[in-house]
Design a protein around this ligand. Structure first.
Ligand code: CAA
Length: 377
């Protein structure tokens, strides 16, 4: 707990000094903020969830989500950098052999390397297993990957990419395997770069694997275990996105509350108008409810609880919806100013939207939650 307090104090300092002043410019430029990446690396923020024996700080999952939340209060793109490093490290943490862990985790912990997670394809977003087309075939001491992944967060800047591909087509989701591919590997190309509504400082790209030959030892976990691994990773990464959403909501609520206290209309501050007070009260309650759900999901991850799938989905669902509601109302609170790019709330509203879409849409979270109650059917 003492460690967590120290880490969060340091994060608040980094956010105030380095992140908040850059947030609008990062959004405007729509470029990956390498300066922020260096600041995070120096502050050891990538190291938090990685065990000490692999160069990390061995922090709790709860601390990690609180860090993402703090950063997201100011800049969702910067927060995503930390969340995606975790997403990219998780496949190695969960399924890597000792050699793979020794090779990759220290580089990810130090921030020397960035990571990405390549599951989604043009025809397989929500139906991640059923419509996958990317193939991997064994050829002597190599695997050869062919296919195209899309919407890959940090795909163009990542040094390490976990790729999911079909190795045994007749086996359905049991025929998918996971591989690590390093930047610069022949046959790996960055394709289309998406122009996006929000999280504009985080590059989202197409990755093309064209006869991409990787060593046989780059198989992650057992052949055919890739989809299980993909799902296990998402169970532990969805709370990171929930934390990003919660942070965005808190940032927007804090900014707009300050505005309502200052702005005078009809002879008194807007904050003294009961209609707006009722809105504020509801939003605050929603934010706190979302936070409790998220922290409980994070505790479940720390404990390795058997119902982590359910809790991660509930946290992502609640926090994403709260982020969208709060940021939309924050724009409303500021009226015309809220609609202007000179104020941060329109950026926060644009950034919030993705938290209802990626790492499983809100509809997928509902499916996951309902299946935990009534089975798959
Ligand atoms: N943990 C471990 N194994 C799991 C699991 C879990 N949480 N969920 C399912 N599985 C296993 C099942 O047990 C089953 O295994 P067996 O066949 O051995 O029994 C296998 O996986 C297939 O399960 P289902 O039949 O339930 O799979 P499904 O095809 O119905 O799909 C789904 C389930 C939940 C809808 C899943 O496809 C899903 O989560 N879809 C959303 C994908 C997603 O979240 N994509 C995000 C991309 S990453 C991203 O967005 C990152 C970013 O940009 C920042």
């Amino acid at each position: 707990m003492e460690d967590e307090t120290m880490i969060l104090d340091a994060v608040r300092d980094v956010v105030a000094r380095n992140v908040a002043p850059r947030a609008a410019a990062i959004d405007e430029a729509a470029e990956f903020p390498w300066d922020i990446k260096e600041v995070f690396a120096s502050a050891d923020l990538f190291a938090i969830p990685i065990p000490a024996e692999y160069g990390g700080l061995g922090g709790s999952f709860l601390t990690y989500v609180k860090v993402v939340e703090e950063v997201a209060k100011a800049c969702a793109s910067s927060a995503l950098m930390i969340a995606v490093q975790e997403l990219g490290a998780l496949p190695v943490l969960l399924a890597g052999d000792e050699q793979q862990k020794q090779r990759y985790l220290p580089k990810l912990a130090s921030g020397a390397w960035l990571a990405a997670y390549a599951l989604t394809e043009a025809g397989s977003g929500s139906d991640a297993a059923g419509s996958m087309r990317c193939r991997a075939r064994r050829d002597g001491d190599s695997w050869v990957l062919d296919g195209t992944k899309i919407w890959i967060t940090q795909g163009s800047v990542a040094d390490l990419i976990t790729v999911f591909a079909i190795t045994d087509p007749e086996k359905g989701s049991g025929g998918i395997s996971a591989f690590v591919v390093e930047k610069g590997n022949p046959g790996l190309h960055v394709g289309k770069v998406e122009k996006k509504m929000g999280i504009r400082g985080s590059p989202t790209v197409e990755l093309v694997f064209d006869g991409c030959r990787i060593p046989a030892q780059n198989l992650l976990g057992a052949q055919g275990e890739g989809f299980h691994l993909a799902m296990q990773v998402l169970d532990r990464s969805r709370p990171g996105i929930a934390a990003q959403a919660l942070g965005i909501a808190e940032g927007a609520l804090s900014y707009s509350t300050g505005y309502l206290k200052e702005r005078v209309a009809f002879g008194k501050p807007l904050a003294q108008q009961q209609g707006l007070q009722f809105m504020l009260a509801e939003l605050r309650t929603e934010v706190e409810a979302a936070r409790l759900l998220l922290y409980e999901a994070a505790r479940k991850c720390d404990e390795g609880a058997p119902d982590v799938t359910l809790w991660a989905a509930m946290a992502k669902l609640k926090c994403g919806d709260v982020a969208m509601r709060v940021t939309t109302d924050a724009v409303q609170f500021l009226g015309g100013f809220g609609y202007s790019c000179e104020y941060p709330v329109e950026r926060m509203m644009r950034d919030a939207k993705i938290t209802q879409i990626y790492e499983g849409t809100q509809q997928i979270q509902r499916i996951v939650i309902a299946r935990s109650m009534v089975g798959r059917g």
